[in-house]
Design a protein around this ligand. Structure first.
Ligand SMILES: [Zn+2]
Length: 262
């Protein structure tokens, strides 16, 4: 049974090559599990390989909206490799998929990103998996797609998932919750106060924690390479912001993560 669950990390990236055993060692010391997230086919395959080797690692496979070079269709439905990968029992979600108009121009790239996103939603539904959403400067666009295509929420559509690295306001949060999505928070909450209102206002059952390692390490590791065991700091801060018992919050966060992977 995990003590902490980092639902979004990139241990599949090259950043961990030099001290891999220490990183895994710190996960074991703290009882931390993680979902390793792919951003293209190669990194998704690597995520599955890691999940195969380590009991505390699960995999999420998919295509980041603005990976370089920019992905084009057909990708998932057209490629046999994805169909094989998704059958692995430790593949627990599809993504990270979504939209990003911070790194790409909306006028020029909207249609491509929308198709890529919808294709991954179809793939997730076909395999009864949740999606892991990446959204940057794109909450209105993503919500409009989801609310138009799946207006009745996940009890009817079966579409479910998590909004990774949630950085929106309370109105945005509530629209995602209404569709049956959960929100996850990163180490940013240890040093920025912008999300406290959302963290206090949404039900604990709808909240997950993540590191998005190697990016955005929490205090006291800020500026360093991030890693899954640091999710302990995110969980502690979340309890503090909510004014709730840290042990109760820790246990709830683990059970929320487990409900996503079962
Ligand atoms: Zn990520």
């Amino acid at each position: 049974m995990p003590k902490y669950f980092d639902i979004h990390s990139h241990l599949n990236f090259g950043d961990y090559d030099k001290d891999w055993d220490e990183v895994i060692g710190r996960m074991r010391e703290t009882g931390t599990y993680t979902i390793v997230v792919g951003t293209d086919y190669e990194s998704s395959k690597r995520a599955v390989e890691l999940a195969e080797r380590y009991p505390e690692i699960y995999a999420c496979i998919g295509i980041h909206p603005v990976d370089s070079p920019l992905p084009t269709l057909p990708l998932i439905r057209g490629g046999q490799g994805w169909g094989e990968l998704v059958k692995h029992p430790k593949v627990v979600a599809i993504g990270e998929c979504g939209m990003d108009f911070f790194h790409q121009d909306k006028e020029r790239d909207f249609e491509r990103q929308k198709k890529l996103f919808l294709e991954q939603i179809d793939f997730a539904l076909a395999h009864d998996k949740p999606i892991m959403i990446h959204a940057r400067d794109a909450y209105p666009e993503i919500l409009e797609i989801l609310e138009t295509e799946f207006p009745l929420g996940n009890s009817v559509s079966k579409l479910r998932g998590n909004v990774h690295f949630f950085a929106g306001d309370l109105v945005t949060a509530k629209r995602f919750l209404k569709l049956g999505f959960t929100l996850s928070f990163t180490g940013v909450i240890t040093f920025a106060r912008n999300y406290d209102e959302v963290i206090r206002s949404v039900p604990l059952e709808s909240i997950m924690v993540e590191t998005d390692a190697p990016y955005v390490a929490p205090v006291p590791y800020r500026g360093k390479r991030n890693e899954p065991s640091y999710v302990v700091e995110v969980a502690k801060k979340l309890a503090e912001i909510r004014g709730e018992d840290p042990e109760r919050v820790r246990a709830a966060l683990v059970s929320n993560a487990l409900s996503m992977i079962m």
